[in-house]
Design a protein around this ligand. Structure first.
Ligand SMILES: Cc1ncc(COP(=O)(O)O)c(C=O)c1O
Length: 388
């Protein structure tokens, strides 16, 4: 018998027990839980595309034409035109030679890292990188050198002493739990100097930053993706669907098709999801004002939180952490907010480092001023003892 009860009790005692909360509505700026409507400030559906009629229509049409499942891995039962069209569009959007779809961002990161690095190689990974990057590093069996968050000088020293055969620097573009942006121009300079490649995880940057939502490179005014940069991004956040992609050179695409186990040994993305993601990408290109609305809403939320008394960073991303510290305190605050109609999840270790539990707020393009003001009021009413 595996006894898990004791461990669960311990998690409960520490305020770290995770539970699933059932929602009875589609993703949106508000959701229904047990018959009551809540303001949603924890979703990654940043542009409000997950339940948009155009995406639903595209998915339904693709299901009618191509079916609801891909049938097998693309290497086994053939690749559909649909997948290749989306890859072409992603490559155009990210200004790379090529792209390759993966089942999700988690699979993309573990697949890319374990394909490109192995024993004898060095991976340099920001200490606040997403769990899928950490797991990708572990799976690769390369030496993983964790550098302090966005610390270019520390990274420089670590690269200088590297004896690795291959060197890969990997970073979240927009850090998923902190909302800050990696110093990509500096990382690029280091990558060039030390003959390394940069893997940029644009999961939370795609569709959210840069004038056209193209992500971290656009944010820094870098047009064409440099040769020594590989991008991964997800279709399940701002694009409102599911799945992920690698974007980079044609030769790396071919390499990944042959070596990335999470591409090879898994069923291809379902046609309705692929068609909806393609529609979402087109939507983004045709309606850049949605991105502007998202960025305006994030700025409004930041200003409002500052006026309550919180110290809030200046980043133009939709992710805003309210740091708490102890897990049980963060969970208690989240519950008080929920009781007042505000859905914000407490993020606790191991998703974030020990002692840095927080509420992670996300702005959405679909939040109205009324939504934002109502959320700020509820936060203000409950903030006593949490402001820092
Ligand atoms: C930075 C980052 N990378 C990768 C992922 C994984 O993406 P997916 O949800 O598509 O598996 C996430 C998702 O939370 C993320 O935040």
């Amino acid at each position: 018998m595996i006894d898990t009860a004791h461990e669960m009790e311990e998690l409960q005692r520490l305020g770290r027990l995770r539970t699933l909360r059932q929602i009875a509505s589609a993703p949106g700026p508000t959701v229904v839980v047990e018959g009551k409507t809540y303001l949603m400030f924890s979703s990654n559906d940043y542009l409000g595309l997950a339940a948009h009629p155009s995406m639903i229509k595209a998915a339904a049409a693709a299901a009618a034409k191509w079916g609801v499942g891909a049938g097998a891995s693309r290497l086994v039962s053939g690749t559909m035109l649909l997948h290749e069209e989306l890859e072409r569009d992603i490559a155009w959007f990210k200004q790379t030679e090529a792209a390759l779809l993966f089942g999700c961002g988690y699979m993309a990161n573990i697949g890319i890292l374990s394909a490109l690095a192995g024993p004898g190689d060095d991976i340099f990974s920001d200490e606040l990188n997403h769990a899928s990057i950490i797991d990708g590093c572990r799976l690769s069996r390369a030496r993983t050198v964790v550098y302090p968050h966005c610390d270019i000088h520390a990274l420089e020293g670590m690269l200088a002493s590297s004896q690795g055969r291959r060197r890969i620097i990997v970073t979240d573009g927009v850090f998923s739990m902190d909302g800050d942006i990696a110093p990509v121009p500096d990382l690029l300079k280091l990558a060039r100097r030390f003959d390394a490649v940069l893997l940029l995880d644009d999961a939370h940057a795609t569709g959210t930053i840069g004038k056209n939502g193209k992500g971290t490179l656009e944010h820094f005014g870098i047009g064409h993706c440099p040769d020594n940069v590989m991008i991964m991004g997800t279709l399940g956040k701002a694009l409102g669907c599911f799945g992920a992609f690698f974007a980079g050179t044609v030769s790396l695409r071919t390499y990944l098709i042959n070596h990335a186990r999470s591409f090879i040994f898994t069923t291809a993305l379902p046609p309705p999801v692929v068609a909806a993601a393609r529609e979402a990408l087109h939507f983004l290109i045709q309606e850049p004002e949605r991105i502007k609305r998202l960025q305006d809403n994030a700025a409004y939320l930041r200003t409002g939180l500052r006026s309550i008394g919180f110290t809030i960073d200046e980043h133009p991303t939709p992710i805003i952490p309210l740091m708490v510290g102890a897990s049980d305190r963060a969970a208690a605050w989240a519950q008080r907010l929920f009781d007042k109609g505000l859905f914000i999840t407490a993020i606790r270790p191991p998703a974030v480092p020990e002692g840095t539990a927080r509420l992670r707020l996300t702005a959405l393009a679909t939040h109205t001023r009324e939504h934002l003001d109502a959320a700020l009021n509820i936060i203000k009413e409950t903030a006593h003892g949490y402001i820092r």
